[in-house]
Design a protein around this ligand. Structure first.
Ligand code: UDP
Length: 325
């Protein structure tokens, strides 16, 4: 397959590029490097600096590449994804996350590209109503980040219906870890996600961390999330792309592990390596108490399930961080 990876210099996109290349595919990366890093792009991928909120930039790249050989699949990872930031910058989030997708779809239709793989999120469910979150559950985002992803999902569905295209929408749960090569990983300033923050604290790169609330209705009072390893998640994209090309059918699936860990359990796992200096703070606005995915549908349709566990995520993130940060 020839695959266009938009946002392929970012954390998850760069891992998808690695898995695509390992599986023998031709990869073109487009990234505006606003948060992504050029050094994260695999040396066998072709790289273009471009911004999908600027239609002329995207059109130029598609014109050039599709003249050589059209893309079989376009993958979209180019989103802003920090919940607290989205509450602070709703206009920027809608512009980048929704308008960016709209322009991408427009350019795809103009180049007759039929398959799109889209990174969505568990945040579209909001506060889930039952223990295991299924794809048929009600969507009810509780923050602008989740709203922009749900709006994009709907836009993709309508466009695919109109233009006879197919989509593979993945709703990610919490992603962590680094590629076993340690060449790529989560390397950004101002990290906010729990696992890297905890590891940075253990490594002495932060003085202390805060557990955001211990008065939730969970087994130890801290929030429960479903963590999956970034390489497992990335490989699902290879399977999703192949599914579209082979079956000409759309799908929407959760990518999670069926299991959840509390914030304190994550800290305990990191403390198997090194102590973590933490304090208990207030709840963080916009945080649901518990989100855990059912991955039955991913198993059934794609034959996918996670191969790595929480300790693999912590080990690879820690090794990557020791080496690179
Ligand atoms: N969390 C925390 N301290 C931190 C970062 C996160 O207690 O410094 C908690 C957060 O409140 C949530 C969980 O860890 O319950 C996962 O948060 P993260 O930001 O990693 O991902 P989210 O679930 O918000 O996408």
């Amino acid at each position: 397959m020839k695959v266009c990876v938009i946002g392929g210099a970012g954390y998850i996109g760069s891992h998808a590029v690695y898995e695509l290349i390992r599986d023998g595919h031709e990869v073109v990366v487009i990234d505006n490097l606003s948060t992504g890093l050029k050094e994260m792009v695999h040396e066998n991928a072709k790289f273009y600096l471009g911004d999908i909120t600027k239609k002329d930039e995207l059109t130029n790249i598609f014109d050039k590449e599709c003249e050589i050989k059209p893309f079989d699949v376009v993958m979209h990872f180019a989103a802003k994804l920090i919940v607290p930031e989205s509450l602070d910058q709703p206009l920027e989030y809608y512009h980048n996350n929704v308008e960016g997708v709209r322009i991408m779809l427009e350019v795809m239709t103009e180049h007759d590209i039929k398959n799109v793989v889209f990174s969505s999120t568990a945040a579209v469910y909001g506060e889930p109503e039952k223990a295991l979150c299924e794809e048929t559950d009600k969507t009810n985002p509780v923050n602008p980040y989740g709203e922009t992803k749900l709006a994009s999902e709907k836009l993709i569905k309508w466009v695919c219906q109109k233009y006879d295209m197919n989509y593979c929408i993945f709703r990610y749960f919490n992603v962590a870890g680094a590629d076993e090569s340690l060449e790529i990983g989560l390397k950004k300033d101002n990290l906010t996600h729990l696992i890297p923050v905890t590891i940075q604290t253990a490594l002495g790169l932060r003085e202390k961390m805060i557990v955001f609330g211990e008065d939730y209705d969970t087994r130890d009072g801290s929030c429960i999330r479903d963590y999956i390893h970034v390489s497992d998640l990335a490989y699902a994209h290879v399977l999703g792309a192949k599914y579209l090309v082979e079956n000409h059918k759309s799908l929407l699936v959760n990518l999670g592990s069926n299991e959840g860990y509390t914030v304190k359990e994550v800290i305990n796992e990191v403390e198997k390596y090194m102590p973590v200096n933490y304090v208990i703070g207030d709840r963080r606005p916009g945080d649901p108490a518990k989100i855990v995915a059912s991955n039955a549908k991913a198993k059934e349709l794609l034959g996918w399930s996670p191969k790595k566990n929480l300790s693999d995520m912590i080990r690879t993130d820690m090794e990557f961080r020791k080496k690179n940060c």
